[in-house]
Design a protein around this ligand. Structure first.
Ligand SMILES: [Zn+2]
Ligand SMILES: [Zn+2]
Length: 255
């Protein structure tokens, strides 16, 4: 099984080279997209005892509202260790060692998956310090894939990496320069889960320094996004967002 020792120099170079097309202006009035994606991330992808994850209730759930508020408050234009730990604490408060980086090595991915790997015991805080300057200079879409890469390949936390990644993306969306990018990045927070298998392949390639996998993943995401956020989008976006498979056995429920 592959063992990964943090973030390789060729992966960092590749992240800086990513050439990502921007989504075109969506015609639908979907300014609530960010709220919707945040609510799904908060209350649908994990079971929420507050609203019971019900499709008719989760958008008004107090936890969803708090999740959105916390996401908007975080400034992720730059990152550092304490900020990532804070994101983890907000996104995964009941995870083991909530708010702290992992110390031990960890196995990532299910046993049958050929792309599962061991994230070696590394000094996560030091790695974040080393890579944060190159994050700062990226544009928003590159930052989004940087976030996805760090959370999936470095796997900074023992548990709750996916949840932290989604909150990072939603925070990034909340401070995006344009409505299209904001909507797209909030959509991406769920799409990475929706197309998880493709994502795993793309991230593995990126770790070797190849950009084509992520660029194809992104092109497919943009096409999907533009189809979804078409005219009369609202109902379709909602139906898609609540169709995404939740995490963990707790959520294996009718809705
Ligand atoms: Zn729109
Ligand atoms: Zn809820």
């Amino acid at each position: 099984m592959k063992v990964r020792y943090g973030v390789s120099p060729q992966a960092l170079l590749a992240l800086n080279k990513l050439d990502l097309q921007h989504p075109v202006r969506c015609v639908a009035r979907c300014s609530h997209a960010l709220d919707l994606m945040a609510s799904v991330a908060s209350c649908r992808l994990r079971y929420c005892p507050r609203c019971d994850s019900r499709p008719d209730r989760f958008e008004r759930c107090e936890r969803a509202r708090r999740y959105l508020k916390m996401s908007r408050k975080r400034d992720v234009a730059r990152i550092n260790g304490p900020l990532l730990c804070l994101l983890h604490k907000c996104a995964a408060e009941e995870a083991d060692r909530s708010g702290s980086f992992r110390v031990n090595r960890i196995r990532v991915g299910s046993s049958g998956n050929p792309l599962s790997f061991v994230a070696a015991q590394v000094d996560v805080a030091r790695i974040i310090r080393e890579i944060s300057p190159s994050y700062q200079s990226l544009e928003t879409l590159q930052k989004a894939y940087f976030a996805v890469f760090i959370m999936s390949i470095l796997h900074p936390f023992e548990d709750g990496n996916g949840r932290t990644m989604r909150m990072w993306l939603i925070s990034l969306a909340a401070s995006s320069e344009s409505a299209e990018v904001a909507e797209f990045v909030s959509f991406l927070a769920l799409y990475v889960k929706f197309r998880q298998r493709d994502l795993v392949v793309a991230m593995d390639q990126l770790s070797e320094g190849f950009v084509s996998g992520v660029q194809e993943f992104h092109a497919a995401a943009v096409t999907f996004f533009e189809g979804l956020f078409d005219e009369e989008a609202s109902a379709r976006v909602f139906d898609w967002a609540i169709s995404i498979e939740p995490e963990g056995s707790l959520l294996a429920r009718a809705w």
